[in-house]
Design a protein around this ligand. Structure first.
Ligand code: 76R
Length: 250
């Protein structure tokens, strides 16, 4: 049993977060026609992403990021890594991409950990599990992303604890999380072997204070207080076709 314990994660869609900066100087220097055709190409990509969401063969989130870290935050969920690659390539072939630089990205796979399985049941047959592995991303007003690890140092080593000990701590974590039902939607991407941290955490909320509150409250749960290590945080506002056009209007 012991050697299996780490292998019981459930995986769903693959995930690609692409954070891009717009070169405003270049954008403003371009001709109105050039800018318009770049916007048109971007909007037609957005329409193709929407189509795949309609067909439930993926989901996409578009956010305008605050602060200096990025201008655009795109999150793509697709069944295969090849599709994520195709999305990147198609984007880079557009005229719009020439005005941007991909400054940060994150690759993971939507993950549910084994702490919640009902023994004996085929988890992927459970519609609630499927909804979480293949989620249609909410079109909520705010989005935040950060990567995290569980510590492996000295006394605080998550990976040498028994399943029972970890389960106990995750239970407390889940209870805190449940207080935010309907207010915060979380997608956990497992990224061991894919990216520089162990998980990518994506949160959606309509009230930006709920993002702050959940992250702060979780800091007091032992699993985050003692074992959590966090990377950079990015936060953004929902982008729609209409707001893309007005954001890019100069
Ligand atoms: O899925 C469940 O409802 C069962 C409980 C649960 C698990 C197993 C759960 C619930 N999470 C699980 C796993 Mn979570 N989660 C985070 C963060 O900032 C921080 O301190 C942590 C970042 C947030 C905000 C969050 C939210 N969770 C995980 C894992 C994998 C751990 C492993 O395998 O070792 C990580 C890294 C992680 C991190 N979590 C919830 C939430 C919320 C809101 C819930 C309740 C979900 C719900 O009931 O719908």
């Amino acid at each position: 049993m012991a050697e299996n314990e780490a292998l019981l994660t459930l995986e769903g869609w693959f995930s690609y977060h692409d954070f891009r900066k717009l070169n405003w100087e270049k954008w403003k220097a371009a001709s109105p026609q050039d800018r318009q055709s770049a916007i048109d190409e971007l909007l037609s990509l957005v329409a193709s992403w929407e189509q795949s969401e309609g067909a439930e063969t993926g989901s996409t989130a578009l956010y305008a990021m605050l602060g200096h870290k990025a201008d655009f935050g795109f999150m793509f969920l697709r069944p295969t890594m090849e599709e994520l690659q195709d999305i990147k390539t198609a984007f880079n072939k557009t005229r719009f991409a020439d005005f941007t630089v991909s400054d940060y990205s994150y690759i993971s796979v939507v993950e549910l950990s084994n702490y919640v399985n009902n023994p004996g049941e085929d988890p992927k047959a459970n519609p609630h599990v499927r909804d979480r592995l293949y989620p249609i991303l909410p079109k909520w007003q705010h989005f935040c992303f950060y990567p995290m690890n569980k510590k492996r140092s000295g006394e605080d080593n998550w990976y040498v604890m028994t399943m029972e000990q970890r389960k106990e701590l995750m239970k407390a974590h889940g209870m805190t999380g449940r207080k935010y039902a309907g207010k915060v939607k979380q997608i956990i991407g497992g990224s061991v072997g894919y990216d520089d941290w162990e998980w990518g955490v994506t949160l959606f909320a309509n009230d930006p204070l709920e993002l702050k509150h959940i992250v702060y409250e979780m800091r007091f749960d032992e699993v985050s207080a003692r074992y959590g290590e966090f990377g950079n945080f990015l936060v953004g506002n929902l982008l729609t076709k209409e707001t893309i056009a007005s954001l890019l209007q100069v």
